[in-house]
Design a protein around this ligand. Sequence first.
Ligand code: GCW
Length: 680
Amino acid sequence: AKDGYELWLDYRPIENSIMRSEADRLFSGIFFFGKNPTYEAIQKELQLAAPKMTGKAPIFSNERLNQTQVWLGTREELAQVFGLQDQVTIRNLGEDGYWMGPVVFQGKTYFTIVGNRPVGVLYGVFEWLKSLQNGSFDLNKVKMESPKIQLRMLNHWDNLDRTVERGYAGFSIWDWHRLPVYIDPRYIDYARANASIGINAVSLTNVNANARILTTDFMKKAKVLADIFRPYGIKVFLTARFSAPIEIGGLKTADPLDPEVIAFWKKKTDEMYQHIPDFGGYLVKANSEGQPGPHEYKRTHAEGANMLADALAPHGGVLIWRAFVYSHEIDEDRHKQANLEFEPLDGKFRENVIIQVKNGAIDFQPREPFHPLFGAVKQTNLGVEFQITQEYLGQATQLVYLSPMWKEVLQSKTYRPTPTSTVAGIVDGSDSGQKLTLMAGVSNIGTDRNWTGHLFGQANWYAFGRLAWDPYLSSEQIAEEWTKLTFGQNPENLVNIKEIMLNSHEAAVNYMTPLGLHHIMGWDHHYGPGPWVTGGRADWTALYYHRADSIGIGFDRTATGSKALEQYAPEIIRAWSDSEQIPEKYLLWFHHLPWDYTMKSGKTLWEEIGIHYDHGVKSARTMKATWESLNGAIDPEQFSHVSQLLGIQVQEAEWWRNACLLYFQSISKRPFPSEIEQPE
Ligand code: GCW
């Protein structure tokens, strides 16, 4: 039985016999054109994969010709076997790209994988193994790939005591207590998994940071992880607490313009690079939710970020500064605060600074329109931050495939800087022209045997990596890849599992927050419904966001309300200001409308709210029923794990529906539409 530890690197026996004998032949003669730790990692991967896929160990040859079938190396190592034209083509694939295909040499064809750096070869090998598994491998086909985004990064919100903020799969996999001496084999499997989907950067620690990570003792621990990850092409970043000069530096201030503070960070950073010569840089959350920052000293985000960026620059490091900032002291719609703070700073950040922007303006809600900072600044590097961990989406209990949600944001038209710009085009530089590019995902990984708590959480980790590599891939293709690697090739299973995955996000939105509703979840833990939540600071309550009253429901962010909509491009302002034109999925995000408002369907808003919740519950039941049809067709342990969790998901969909509809009914004072199952 399968417990999920192997992730998508399970390397099942190849079912197709032609493919299997082809794999057999290729694995029987592998030649590396050089020697380095990345090639050793490839060798280990093949030693693991080949016996599982074909029943035989791979044979590595010391002799380039004769028995050799597969050639692996960098463009430079293989220079002699490629013509000038091919050399240029391969060079243009950049640092992380790869080329694979047949190379004919003295009358014999060698299947060849080439990168500009060893890590490109590694990415190519993973792709090759995938194609052998899913039967798409074709010796005569040339395949070239290069990632569209430079920094493809996981953000762990892991604390030094191994608790994980918003982590639902056990404790942190970083065993700080036993590092630097004890090396958990998980570290290597973690690196393999990330490299197999192109993830090349990882921030190890929570953005609500602890300054101790910057002490020499912890640097030594982080160094060990960096050494393990390096052959897999993964760079380590750490979170920097802005007040560290006070907490671990013995200074009285953390003012970014203070010479002693500047010297502290320079010295710290120099020391870091002594331990980790390819250290990625710092990730900073400042002046947000009580975290320290430059505002304490009347300095701007730019002054804070630039000071750290200057310390990193001589070493080639990158400073990532989050745009998730809001303060309850400012009497302003939280939706607007990032733009209010960052737009005036456009052009003021150093070249090695990236502003990391959440996909939406509030906080990883089940559905958010894209963040208005995308398109609003022209001379600032913007990265996007997605949340892989399902803080607001049923945590590790519910099956919600997140790729469709991320794609919706990536494909959104920003209309700026050009009329055809999209969020993806800003983030990958094709529309924005920015040179430094980043996609970050808040990790859902923990010590659970299967890494992510819910088996389908693995699909979200996988999808994140694939979209960071290529934000234009379809959710369907990614679901298909993951499903085949996880559950095998059975076409009927594939259809069923894909259907469950592709419907799951819309289902969750419907039973949680349909039609643009948001932030109506349980207090603090963020699990389950809580549209009644009140008390404490206003912008942490549900009432602040849904604004239901005797007349209607929704948050007016148009010109008659908070005016947050005005932060978008004129094309969007025009269309979305109009309750008839705005996509209904964003309706109550921007409009406060009467309960009896007529929707596109001809029904009233109140009726449509009921119908959406009802629909969400029914979709959850369908997901469960579809899964039950797989009984016997997939591994029993995997089957039962997901089956039980879907059982909870159905109950919780009902819980959300009942709680939200009954609560809103106490305000709307209207009967539920007769066609829906009546909540109780
Ligand atoms: O989503 C909210 C979470 C906080 C988190 C914060 C952030 C790390 O509830 O737990 O803190 O966002 O993104 O900084």
